[in-house]
Design a protein around this ligand. Structure first.
Ligand SMILES: [Zn+2]
Length: 180
C-alpha cells in the first residue's frame, strides 16, 4: 500500500456568524473579505487551538471594517477520493465543508467546535495513511464526528448520506440516537 505523502500547505476556513448561529462556512486558499471580497484584510488577533493543530486568526476588513475569523492548518494532499461510480477525484476539503454547511446551518454550534470538528475529520482521514479513500468512508467519518457535536446536524447529514429509503429506516436511525 502506498503511504500517503503529506505536504505542509495552508488553507483557510472562515465561518460567518449572525446572532450566534452559523450562517456560512467557507474555505479558500487565499483569504478575501467574505463580505466585500477585498484582499485587504488585517490580522488583529492570532492564537493556536489547545492541541496546536489549527491557528485561529481574527481579521478585520480594511475596506468594509467587518470582522471575521480564519483557521489555518496543514492540508491533506495527494489523496484521491473514489466516488460511487468508481471514478476518482483529488481530495478537496471544501467538499467536506459544503456537506457540513448544509447540516449545521442555523445550528447553535460555536466557532471553536466547528474548527475542531473539521480538524478531527481530517485527522482521522490522515491517520488511515491511505492514498485513496471512498466517499462512503469519508461520509462515515463525518457522521461519527458530527454525532458528538450536534444531533440535529447529524440527522440532517445522515438523511442525505444514507438516503433513507423509507420513513421507517429514518425512524430507526432516530431511535438509535435516543438510545445513546
Ligand atoms: Zn470587506
Amino acid at each position: 500500500m502506498n503511504k500517503m505523502r503529506s505536504f505542509a500547505a495552508v488553507y483557510n476556513c472562515g465561518i460567518i456568524y449572525f446572532n450566534d448561529t452559523i450562517y456560512s462556512i467557507f474555505i479558500e486558499k487565499y483569504m478575501n473579505c467574505p463580505f466585500c471580497n477585498t484582499t485587504d484584510t488585517k490580522v488583529i488577533d492570532s492564537r493556536e487551538t489547545d492541541d496546536g493543530k489549527i491557528t485561529r486568526r481574527r481579521r478585520v476588513c480594511e475596506k468594509c471594517k467587518l470582522r471575521f475569523s480564519t483557521y489555518e492548518e496543514v492540508a491533506l494532499l495527494n489523496l484521491s477520493v473514489i466516488k460511487k461510480d468508481g471514478t476518482s477525484v483529488p481530495y478537496d476539503k471544501a467538499k467536506i465543508s459544503q456537506g457540513l454547511i448544509k447540516a449545521l446551518i442555523k445550528r447553535p454550534v460555536s466557532e471553536e467546535k466547528i474548527s475542531t470538528l473539521l480538524s478531527s475529520i481530517e485527522y482521522e482521514i490522515r491517520t488511515l495513511e491511505k492514498s485513496s479513500i471512498t466517499t462512503k468512508e469519508i461520509g462515515k467519518i463525518i457522521l461519527k464526528n458530527l454525532k458528538k457535536v450536534d444531533q440535529v446536524a447529524y440527522v440532517r447529514f445522515a438523511s442525505v448520506f444514507k438516503s433513507f429509503g423509507s420513513i421507517d429506516s429514518f425512524k430507526k436511525e432516530l431511535d438509535n440516537l435516543d438510545k445513546e
